[in-house]
Design a protein around this ligand. Sequence first.
Ligand code: 5GP
Length: 215
Amino acid sequence: MTPLVVVLSSPSGAGKSTIARRLLAERADLGFSVSATTRAPRPGEADGVAYQFLSREDFARRVAAGEFLEHAEYNGEWYGTLESEVRRVTRAGQHVLLEIEVVGARLVRERFVDPVMIFVVPPSGHLLAERLRGRGTETDAVMAGRLARAREELAAAVEYDYVVVNDDLEEAVRAVHAILDAEGRRTDRHRDVQVLLDRLRTEVSAELDRLAPVR
Ligand code: 5GP
């Protein structure tokens, strides 16, 4: 099986992290690429689990060393996908989930062959604002920044392969499972499919040969 590179993006507050957590809990074939960031940990976020939390100096040093597959600025902080993380997950034989914003997603699209690009949207702008407010850990200035960014990010949704509306969480999770299952079975991705098809063709030919006398 060729591992898929799965990009999951959404405006902040559209529920992409919840969907990602569910997918990771429910699929043994999917692993999470732990991003690096310069932002401060939120309560409950352990270093190395949600993110690798880096100082700006460390982040810049690792950018210069070419350790990132992509990196982007978001609300004044840096975020990036480490090549070592993607390699760790794919070496374990898993598809790799990148939970990243749209600028980084564009770079991933350039660097990988046929990544699976999924964009999660909220059912309404009002609900998005409510969810951002509900989080309670953001100041008004951060909220305003995130809403303005959400508006920009929504404009990028058409660049993705799939748009999933997160109205009902269960349905949204089911939709992403279905996308991953289907993408994993695409003939152009799957060397196993080619082997299977070759075998089936040989077997059908043998069946035909067996029939030959009566034809
Ligand atoms: P948050 O601070 O809310 O955890 O994340 C802010 C934004 O940065 C989210 O849209 C999140 O998906 C994005 N993000 C997280 N990790 C990365 C990364 O490695 N690269 C990029 N480009 N964006 C990331």
